[in-house]
Write a protein that binds this ligand. Structure first.
Ligand SMILES: Cc1cc2nc3c(=O)[nH]c(=O)nc-3n(C[C@H](O)[C@H](O)[C@H](O)COP(=O)(O)OP(=O)(O)OC[C@H]3O[C@@H](n4cnc5c(N)ncnc54)[C@H](O)[C@@H]3O)c2cc1C
Length: 464
C-alpha cells in the first residue's frame, strides 16, 4: 500500500446496553469528520468500521484538495456557484482543522490545473475559466506544448490522506467509542431509536450516520438507480523530482497527476464499472500508459472506485428522521467528505446548515433517473458480449441460473453462482486481481465467492 501510516491502536470495546446518541457507520474521511464535529458536544458517540479505520476508499485516493474538479461548473448550470462556494468552504475547514489540531499530514499548497488534449474541448476550458472568473476565483491560463489548453488556480492543496485521518482519530479517542472489525449488517427502526445489528451484537442508537461509502441500507431511496460506480487505476513511481501542481484533464480518457515528495501519482483509465467486462486489461493499460508517458515502471498499482450521482452532486443529509448519509462524491471526497462531516453534525445538532438543500439525499429529478436506464442498457449489452466470448471463465446455465467456472494458474477449479447477493446483478471477472466484481454497485468476491468488499453482506452461493 502506497499511503501507509501507523494508526493509534484502538482498545477492543464491548457493546453497550444504553442508548447511544449517535452511531457512525464507517471510519473514512466522512465518518471521522462527522465524529470530529460532534466530539466536543456531550453526545454519546460510537463509530463502527467493518475493518480498521482509514482503510476504505480514502486510503487509496490521490488526495488533491481542490475546487477545480474538471469541467464541473458548466455541467452544474444554475447550481454551479453554490457548489463552488461549498468546495471553498470545505478547503477552509480542512486548513482550519489541520492548523488548529496541529495535524502533521504533509499539507502543501500547489496549483491545480485542468487541461485538455483534444481540440474539441478547448471551448470547455474557456467556458470553465469564464465561470470561475464570474465567481471571483482568479483562474490563470496554462501554456504548455503538450496540451491544447489549460487553466489553473493557486489556492489549492495536496496532503497525505492517512496522516490526516490518523491525526483526526487521535483527537477523538477520549470522546468516541471506536468499534473496529465490526460489520453493521442491518439498521432497524424501533420506537424512538434505531437498532444497529452488528457482528458484535445489537446497539441502540438515536441518530445513525451512514458513512460507509456505498449506502447499502437504503433501498427505498432508489440509491442504486440514482448513482453509478466509477473505477480508476492509479500508478506510482519515484521519479526523483517534485512539481508544485496537481493536474487533471477534462477529456474522456483520464490523466490525473500529483506529486508526493519525489513520487509521481498518476490516475488513468477511468471507466464506469458497467462499461467494461475485463478489468485486467484496464490495469495493464494503466501500467503501460505510465511507462509510455513517464518513462519509468510503476512501483505501486491499485484500483479504486467512487460513487457518482447521475446529477453529479453528492448526497449529504437526512434520509429519514434521524438517519443521515454522506456519499457519491464523484472522486472529490476529500472536500466533500469533510463538508459532509460539517453538514451532518449541524443537522444532528439542529443547527442551520448552509449547503444542506443543494446536497439533499432525498432530491428527485428526471436527470437522476434517465441516465440510470441508459447505464443499465449498456451494461446488459457489454455483459452479453462477454458471455459469448470467454472460455475461462466458462459460463453455464442450470435451471435458469448462471454459474461461472474458472481454472486458476495452478489449474484449480473454482465455481460460483454469478449473482451478486446485494441486488442480483451478474458479476464480472477481474482477471488482474482474480476476483468477481459487481459492475452495478462495486461489491467484490474472491475466486471461491468469499466477500471482499460490500455493499453485499454475504458470500456468493457456490453449490449447483
Ligand atoms: C482513484 C481515486 C482517486 C481519488 N482522488 C481524489 C482526490 O484527489 N481528491 C478528492 O477530493 N477525492 C478523491 N477521491 C475520492 C475520495 O477518495 C472518496 O470520495 C472518499 O475517500 C470517500 O470517503 P468515505 O469516508 O465516504 O469512504 P471510505 O473511505 O471508503 O470509508 C468508508 C468506511 O466504511 C467502512 N464500512 C463499509 N461498510 C461497512 C459496514 N457495513 N459496517 C461497518 N463499516 C463499514 C469501510 O470499511 C470504510 O472504512 C478519489 C477517489 C478515487 C476512486
Amino acid at each position: 500500500m502506497f499511503w501507509s501510516v501507523n494508526f493509534p491502536s484502538i482498545p477492543v470495546l464491548k457493546p453497550v446496553d444504553n442508548i447511544l446518541d449517535v452511531g457512525i457507520i464507517g471510519g473514512g474521511i466522512t465518518g471521522l469528520s462527522t465524529a470530529y464535529y460532534l466530539e466536543d458536544t456531550n453526545l454519546k458517540l460510537a463509530l463502527f468500521d467493518k475493518g480498521s479505520i482509514g482503510q476504505g476508499v480514502t486510503s487509496k485516493t490521490t488526495a488533491k484538495i481542490t475546487y477545480l474538479q474538471g469541467d464541473i461548473y458548466q455541467k452544474l448550470g444554475s447550481r454551479a456557484k453554490e457548489y463552488y462556494l461549498s468546495q471553498k468552504q470545505a478547503i477552509s475547514e480542512l486548513l482550519r482543522i489541520i492548523e488548529k489540531e496541529h495535524i502533521s499530514c504533509d499539507l502543501e499548497q500547489v496549483s491545480s490545473i485542468i487541461f485538455t488534449l483534444d481540440d474539441g474541448n478547448v471551448s470547455k476550458i474557456k467556458r470553465e475559466k469564464e465561470l470561475l472568473d464570474s465567481f471571483s476565483a482568479h483562474p490563470f491560463d496554462v501554456f504548455d506544448a503538450s496540451i491544447k489548453a489549460g487553466i489553473g488556480v493557486s489556492d489549492t492543496y495536496i496532503f497525505h490522506p492517512l496522516k490526516y485521518l490518523s491525526g483526526l482519530s487521535r483527537l477523538l479517542f477520549s470522546n468516541v467509542m471506536f468499534y473496529e472489525n465490526t460489520l453493521v449488517q442491518n439498521i432497524k427502526r424501533e420506537n424512538d431509536y434505531y437498532l444497529l445489528q452488528t457482528t458484535l451484537g445489537d446497539f441502540k442508537v438515536r441518530n445513525v450516520v451512514i458513512a460507509c461509502h456505498y449506502p447499502f441500507f437504503l433501498y427505498p431511496n432508489f440509491f442504486p438507480l440514482k448513482t453509478y460506480i466509477q473505477r480508476e487505476y492509479v500508478n506510482v513511481a519515484n521519479v526523483k523530482k517534485h512539481e508544485a501542481y496537481s493536474a487533471i484533464n477534462i477529456d474522456s480518457c483520464l490523466h490525473s497527476i500529483r506529486y508526493y515528495k519525489d513520487y509521481l501519482i498518476y490516475g488513468s483509465n477511468r471507466h464506469k464499472l458497467t462499461s467494461k467486462i475485463d478489468y485486467g486489461k484496464s490495469y495493464e493499460k494503466s501500467r503501460d500508459d505510465f511507462k509510455k508517458y513517464f518513462h519509468s515502471s510503476p512501483e505501486y498499482t491499485w484500483m479504486n472506485q467512487d460513487i457518482v450521482s447521475h446529477d453529479l452532486l453528492p448526497f449529504i443529509g437526512e434520509v429519514s428522521p434521524h438517519l443521515f448519509l454522506g456519499t457519491a462524491y464523484r472522486g472529490w471526497g476529500i472536500t466533500n467528505g469533510t463538508l459532509a462531516g460539517k453538514i451532518l453534525s449541524d443537522l444532528i445538532l439542529h443547527k442551520r446548515s448552509e449547503f444542506s438543500s443543494l446536497f439533499s439525499p432525498c432530491r428527485m429529478s428526471v436527470s437522476l433517473f434517465a441516465n440510470s436506464f441508459l447505464g443499465t442498457f449498456h451494461y446488459m449489452k457489454v455483459y452479453a458480449e462477454a458471455l459469448w466470448k470467454k472460455n475461462n471463465p466458462t459460463y453455464i446455465r442450470i435451471n435458469g441460473v448462471i454459474y461461472a467456472i474458472y481454472k486458476d494458474k495452478e489449474h484449480n477449479i473454482h465455481k460460483i453462482r454469478l449473482l451478486c447477493p446485494h441486488m442480483k446483478c451478474n458479476l464480472v471477472f477481474n482477471s488482474f486481481d482474480e476476483t468477481w466484481d459487481c459492475p452495478c454497485h462495486g461489491s467484490r468476491f474472491d475466486l471461491d465467492g468469499k466477500l471482499i468488499e460490500g455493499p453485499a453482506k454475504e458470500d456468493l452461493k457456490t453449490s449447483i
